[in-house]
Design a protein around this ligand. Structure first.
Ligand SMILES: Nc1nc2c(ncn2[C@@H]2O[C@H](COP(=O)(O)OP(=O)(O)OP(=O)(O)O)[C@@H](O)[C@H]2O)c(=O)[nH]1
Ligand SMILES: [Mg+2]
Length: 313
């Protein structure tokens, strides 16, 4: 039998480093944007609306010198339904076994009660794990709020290092990354060097469809949607993907479809364009919309849609 450990670890330097970085923060601070930038590829969806990420997802960075597993987590918030509870629990479990906690804060805003609550949660769960604070969105700071916002955020929690970054523009990300690499213990490669996520392409395809829904709809709709891939096959460089979009109510189904099917067409063509880039081939995308009444409050339905904590399996 082939020992995968040997295959992944062939010819690596003796001081090869590896470790886990839990990327945590409130919703919408830029966690997924930062991970996509570090990995150099879109593996996690991003939207201007809070609570975009729902599941823990690894971004795997590999070089000759080391492999770093970045855990993208759902934003920590006060949950209002079962799905929210699941999301917060998924984020909190990321603290366990991480070598570094990367706390991302949006420095373009003043800290609020939610930030203080987050700082308390991190302080409670960190153990002796180093905490790195990254103040994100510095591109939005101006001469009036810069000094005060930076001071207010860095005072939130005792930390080992702080960095000013713009995940969107890339400013400061190299310095932050170099610090993290330096904190990683020596260890083996855990994943093949060409693997960038622990999620498969089916999951990522469903997420891309959900991202386009988040970008094109508002109010409750972005939060009431789940996407399931029903079929995914490749033939002669054409990927045929069919997916079902689940909503909680009939009225939401009407909105997702839109007048004369206009909305579902827009969602489909935007998702298809992204998927063609990612898969480097033609995509034929078929979308269906179904109502699954109040699925976000029903644990059984949530599990069916893939929102299941790993240690509950
Ligand atoms: N101006 C600016 N916008 C940013 C920056 N980083 C992220 N954003 C934007 O902030 C919004 C949220 O980004 P995400 O990466 O989805 O944030 P997140 O922390 O993963 O959010 P959740 O998954 O909801 O917890 C998006 O509109 C991003 O484009 C930044 O450095 N500057
Ligand atoms: Mg996210």
């Amino acid at each position: 039998m082939i020992n995968l450990d040997d295959v992944f670890n062939d010819n690596l330097p003796e001081d090869h480093r590896s470790g886990v970085v839990a990327v945590v923060g409130r919703p919408n601070v830029g966690k997924s944007t930062l991970i996509n930038r570090i990995i150099g590829q879109k593996i996690a969806i991003v939207s201007p609306k809070p609570q975009t990420t729902r599941k823990r997802q690894l971004g795997i960075y590999t070089s000759e010198q080391g492999q770093i597993l970045f855990i993208d987590t759902p934003g920590l918030h006060a949950p209002q339904h079962r799905l929210g509870e699941y999301m917060v629990k998924a984020a909190e479990t990321a603290f366990r076994d991480s070598d570094v906690i990367l706390l991302l804060l949006d420095v373009s805003e003043k800290p609020e009660a939610g930030d203080r609550h987050l700082a308390e949660t991190v302080a409670r769960l960190r153990g002796d794990t180093p905490v790195v604070v990254a103040l994100n969105k510095i591109d939005l700071l101006n001469d009036h709020n810069r000094a005060a916002n930076i001071a207010a955020h860095t005072a939130l929690i005792p930390h080992d290092a702080e960095f000013l970054i713009s995940a969107q523009e890339g400013t400061g990300v190299d310095d932050l990354f170099a610090y993290i690499v330096d904190k990683m213990p020596t260890g083996p490669r855990y994943y093949p060097s060409d693997q960038t996520s622990d999620m498969n392409m089916r999951f990522i395809a469903a997420e891309v469809v959900r991202e386009k829904i988040m970008l094109n709809t508002d109010k409750e709709i972005p939060y009431s949607v789940a996407v399931e891939i029903d079929g995914f096959s490749e033939k002669e460089n054409v990927n045929a993907i069919s997916a079902t979009i689940y909503v909680e109510r009939d009225t939401q189904k009407g909105i997702i479809i839109g007048k004369g099917g206009e909305m579902i067409k827009r969602i489909g063509s935007q998702a298809r364009a992204d998927l063609e880039d990612m898969l480097d081939g033609k995509v034929f995308l078929e979308l269906h919309v179904k109502v699954l009444k109040n699925w976000r409050s029903d644990e059984q339905l949530m599990k069916r849609l893939g929102y299941r904590l790993k240690d509950e399996d």
